[in-house]
Design a protein around this ligand. Sequence first.
Ligand code: AMP
Length: 268
Amino acid sequence: MHVIKNIDNLRLWRDGLKEKGETLSFVPTMGALHDGHLSLVKEGLKQCDNVIVSIFVNPTQFAPHEDFDSYPRTIEDDIKKLQNIGVQAVWLPNIDDIYPNGAQSDIHIDGVSEPLEGEFRPHFFDGVATVVARLLRLVNPTVALFGEKDFQQLQVIKKMVHQENIDVEIIGAPIMRDENGLALSSRNIYLSAEEYKTAIQLNKILGEVANDQLDESSATQKLLNVGFDKVDYCTVRNSETFELEPPNRVLAAVWLGETRLIDNMAIR
Ligand code: AMP
């Protein structure tokens, strides 16, 4: 596996694939890799001849009060995991390669980026759209894979590549969960044993909304009753526009102490 640390080497490696006529899947991540990330990589291996994974904790998607400094960084373990599943390359971008003129967002996506996550983390999607556009332009992959765990992010990215004229196919992949149904997340390591017991209720309560056993406001009340400290939203929306109609996906963001969890589910 190539461990690429600068863009000249990235370009050389990428040009080599083009000369051989080989296709490339790209999985952008912030590291602290778990089976959710690895499921995207495995799908990428099926889609194309090669897979490249980037590991970059993107400063522009964190607000000053958020966990950029303490975000888990486990680079040696991450590299081993990627090697074990047969990835061709991992790219560890340098901050100046991505932000040569300073770490600032310069892309905004209207509509889909505004409700829900956009309301509670107003800086977030501009940062995500900016970094993903820059990563995609540097890697120039055939396809790029993103998890449905971050469902609104997936739709923002689809709209961004259209708006920015980036020639890539965006593929969404299903949410990977642990044995108790908790959606895997790099931030789950912040949860205490007690908090974990509450966290696993999130998926169950979303399931009750998806099955029409609970409406939005009873689900919000139930989330608080089972021990979540705060509910940013728990709402049924349209999965492409995030407007109220026609509703086909339940999405939630909740807090346990300092940890914010998100999850979502299709409505059958
Ligand atoms: P992150 O490192 O959190 O930025 O995530 C990198 C990619 O992995 C994003 O496309 C996420 O949506 C995806 N991802 C994170 N957690 C999961 C999960 N539990 N299941 C599937 N994909 C995931």
